[in-house]
Design a protein around this ligand. Sequence first.
Ligand SMILES: [Zn+2]
Length: 70
Amino acid sequence: MQTCPYCKEKIYSNALVCRYCKRDLPAMNAVQPHAASWVPALLATAVIFTGAAVLAYEFFKERRNWVDRG
Ligand SMILES: [Zn+2]
């Protein structure tokens, strides 16, 4: 529980709107914007897959050189 900054009534800490004065409570909203949670994960996944693809490409390129020398 927490106190509404406008009417000073007790409200739930995850409330988006005060149930007493009906005001929006954006600053007290603990929920992150959902875009912020998946964008870094997507970027990290893209970086990992790109790195893996580059490593695999370099590995097979070197491997072909070994085969040619052998
Ligand atoms: Zn209020």
